[in-house]
Each structure stands twice: as structure tokens, then as C-alpha cells.
Write a protein that binds this ligand. Sequence first.
Ligand SMILES: [Zn+2]
Length: 671
Amino acid sequence: MKKQAFSHRGFMLDSSRHFIPAEDLRKLISAARLCGMNRMHWHLTDDQGWRIEIRKYPRLTETGAVRGRSFFGGVSGTENNSGYYTQEEVREIVRFAGENGIEIIPEIELPGHASAMLAAFPEYGCRRIAFGEDGAEQETEPWEYTVERSGGIFPNLICAGKDSTLRFVEDILDEITDLFPFRMVHIGGDEALKLHWRRCPDCRRKMRERGLNSADELQRDLVLQAGAYLAQKSRETIVWNDVLDGGLLPSYFIVQQWLNGEEQTRKFMEKGGRVICSDTRAFYLDYPYGSIDVKKIWQYPRIPAWAEGYEEQLLGTECPLWTERVTNLGRASYLLFPRLAAAGLKARQAEELPWEDFLGQVKGIQREIQAMGLNGAPEECWDMPEDRAKEDRQAEHDRIFAPDALPYEMKERRLTLLEKTERLMLQIGIPESFALRAGDREMAELSGKKTAGNDDGAGILIRQLAEAAESREYGAWKRIPEEIWLDTMRCFPRFIAEYRRSYGRDGFDRGGWTVRQAGCRLFRIGELEYELLETDGKRAVSIHIPSDTRLEADRLNDSVRRAKDFLSEYYPEWQGVPMICESWLLSPALKQMLPPESRIRRFQDAFDLTGEDPEDCAALEWVFYVAGGQRDSVKTEDLPEKTSLQRKMKAMLLSGKKPGSARGTLAHAFQ
Ligand SMILES: [Zn+2]
């Protein structure tokens, strides 16, 4: 247990989404002092507005601080949409805060949340390439930027590949460090979708030159450079914990932990890193009281589990107030008070206080704040009964998804999902050019552009993998072990490789089959695939043999054993259901053709056959790599004879017989 008050007792105000007039800032700072705060994190730049005068680049505020009507959901209008702080005003606020015992930490967001910056300076955004059918890169129309008018995450990133961008950032940081005397500077780093970077020739070149393996590593690289620049000026750099996705940071950085990634943050602490806790479950004060009330703040552990053992490196806590749906001082006061008082009280106390004592002190602070003319939330919101809390959360949900904001919300969801889908495609080994072509289709659709008709299956691929990625996060795939998830998804690159073998270019034509994998009904476990089949109320586990299966007894038995364990743990109602197989590999005709020691024959021996289809020709696909669409046009005489199986089967076909297939139940171990 940490025995003294936290050195960092922070709150964050977002002047970007809605501009907070200087006069209101002063009132909030005075009230924050009463709450025991000693740091104000000032979120000055974001997609929806650039709010600080930079003398070297006046366009940042001329263009970036001006926004039309907004569509944030529940808050649609023009109140405090535009505006910025002159450098004189900033100095005055810094001075005023200092008199109140509060140091200000400015935040300039990099590389994402940069739409307003890029609307003013599109030249610091990325160039853009597209991949043609032949996989060749070509530069295409540039990205368009605007000061965004709705909430959410946008794909607009500053370009990490151009040296000029870094100079631009350094110029801005020069003026920032000149204005803010406190040693800490925040450079953001959260929610950076890498869609632009993957398609930028400059970013791609930079990754190659620096030996970086992913766009996340490129972000870390950019952060390291900005951090080193600030370190030269004896400043400490704070970043959101998302940056750790690209690898650990040196311990002279400070990480602000807000959402997910606690394991990485803990590793950062193990290496000596310092952390500020802004856990969304306790400190996000734009969330409704139904999600976070005073009691929840009181209950939140003073030292969260991920920081245990590293108490000295937990600098403290910080409460952000994001302002998408906060347009004025009245609303800000309602959300901040008394929750900020509760968080401040917790950060100042070395020991946990009993609830009644805690509540009593919060009440005292709230009275003082009320006396300043700021109206906080009434006491009925401080410890909400669950039914009231549920209503309150629903009301907030309804605001966010209000009809005028809904299209923006849906678009954001699809963009975020596209980012996850592109990551998945690259992770499982889909060729990059085809993956990005597939992603381009989704982006074109999102911006309302028509897409070309023939896409070699890229459109189906991206839809199915998006479904799978979404299911992995929220649906049936969520609870399935990582190895089975990834092994199952690797059918997609395998089918793309098979398509290439047939047609000489990347493509995907197995969407009719892979609905099972995407839909979490078919699992790759070791060498074999297992499908949960239910027809007319009868259940069976159907075994499939992917084209890369190694028909080795040990591996096959291991696969079956693991599949049984898997079913008993994740689908207990499918335990003991017969495992069946329907395949050309079980064909009796094939059995006659092959020698007894053949692996296919030994595979067959594990099954008791229950039926056969002598007319079936599916074997052609597997033995001769004839794509389904080509089966009718193929000439038997032209089939290859590279393997002994090919030679034997070709001879059979020439004699007028068909390879056939059979069904069987798995009844014996593989020998
Ligand atoms: Zn770039």
C-alpha cells in the first residue's frame, strides 16, 4: 500500500470537441483546487478542432479552430464549436492555474486525432497508393481532410514517413514548451487507425529502412523521436497506453493507462516506467453517473491489480472530461462535481476511508463548489441504485445513437472494424497487396463511392473476415482459444494461395465454404477441421481434411483428442456426438488404386464407411488443383502427372471411371 498522497492528482479538459472559454476554464480550475487537484491535462487538439495559437503556423487555428454544425448525438448545434486560445490567453491560464497550485500539461495529439491539423496542413498527411489486380502499386487520389463534426475515431494520421512532418511537429513543440513551464508534455497516441500508413509510400519506405515490422512499431518509432526531442528540452513525455502496442517504451516516458493493454502497462512498469491511471471504469467523468458514481470511485482500488508491486511508479490518477456531449459550463459542472472531489480525495488519502467518512468529506467539498456558483450532480446520483443506473446509462446510449448522429456512429464502427480486419488479414498471412485491395473496397463503400464489379473475391473476403473479427471481439469467437482462432482463420490465406495456383493471381472464391469458419461453426484443431453440423435436429461433428493436412497417425490422433477436449470445454452439448467424414479421401475406388502402406488408405481405415457416391469428382480439386469453377472445362488429357497419385487418377479418368467419394464414422484410432 502506498502510504502517501499521489503526486499526480489530475483532471483533463477537452477544449477541442467543444471550446471552453477562458473564463469558464478559470472557474473549473478554482473548483479543481478545492477537489485537491494539482495537475490539469489540457487536451488542445483533436479531429474536431485545433485550439491553440501556433505563431509559426497560423493556419492551424485559421482553419483548424473553425467548425460548422456538429453531430455528436444529443448535442447537435453550433454552441462553442469554434474558437482558440491566443498565446497571451494561454500564458494567463497557466499563471492562474499556478496560483491555484495546479500545473498544466498540454496535449498535442499524435499521430491520430489529427483531422483539424491536417485540414489546415494536408501536406503533412500521407500519400496514398492502391494495388492493382497484378499487385502493382500505383499512387492514387489523395486523402481528404476536414475539421470533423461528429464524434468517434477517424483514420486521419500525420505521415510518419516524411522528415518534414517531424520538423513540423518539433516547431509546434518548441512553441508549446515555451508556453508551458511544467516539465510534462502529452503527445497523445491513442486510437490511431493505421489505414493510411499501410497505404503510404513514405511510411512504407520508412518501415523498410528502419526494419519495423508493423504500423504499430512505426507509431512507437515516431513517439520515440518526439520524446527524444522533448527530452533534449528537459521535458517528460506522456502518451496514452495504446502506444505500447508497438513495443515497450524507455522508462523516461510516462504512460497514461485508460483502456485495455494492462499487461503491457505492467511490463512497462517492470522496466521502471511510470504510469498515470485513468481507468475508464472509474475516472472517465464524461461517462454518466449510471456508469461511474461517487461510490464506484470510492470502491476502485487505490492500487489497481496491474500496478501491484510497483506502487512507487504509479504517479497517481487523472479524470478526463471529454466534451463531445459537453457544450457549456453547466453540463461540465454537473459531470465533474462531486466526482472530481471524490477522485481527489482518494488520491490524497494514504489509506482507504470508510464510505460514510468519505461521503461526508465529499459533501463538504461539494458545498464549497456550489458556493462558487457551479452546480454539481444532486446527491441521488452519488450512489445510484442499479435500476436508476441502468436508466441513466440507457439515456446516454440514446443520446450517442440519436438519429442525427447514428450514421456517423455506424461509419466509425465500420472503420474501427476495418482496422481490426486489416490487422487480422496481415496477421494470418494474407498477401498484403490483396488484403489492402480488400480494405480499399470497404473504404470506398464507406465514402459512398462505387466499387468495380470484378474484384477477384476481395469484397467477399473482407466481409467475411470483418464478421469474424467482430465475432472475435463481441460474439461466438470471443471465448475460443487464440491458437484455434488463428489456425481456423488461416484457411483464408490457404484458399487465396490455391486460387493463385489456379489463376496466376491473388483471389478468393471459397466464400461459400468459409461462412462456416467466419461464423464460428468450423474449427481447425491441429491437422483437421471439425464442423458442428445439425440437420433435422440430428447432430454430428463433421471432419474435414484441409489441403495442407499431414496424414500422419500421431498428428491425426492428437487432433482428434484435442477436438474432443475442445468440445467438452466449449460445446459440452456436442460431447460424444459421432464424428463423421464425407470425403473423396474415403473413396473405395481410391482404396483399390493405392498400395496398402499409402497414408490415404491408412486414413480410411479409421472410419467405418456408411455410404458412397461413385460419381463424385471433388478429388480433381485436391489432386490436380482444378478450381471449382474450372472443373467442367478441364480436359482429362491435359491433367498433370507429377505425382504417382496424379498418374493413377488420370489413368482412371481416362478409362472412364470417376474417383468417387464416401461417408464414414470415425471408429478407430489412426494407425
Ligand atoms: Zn505516410
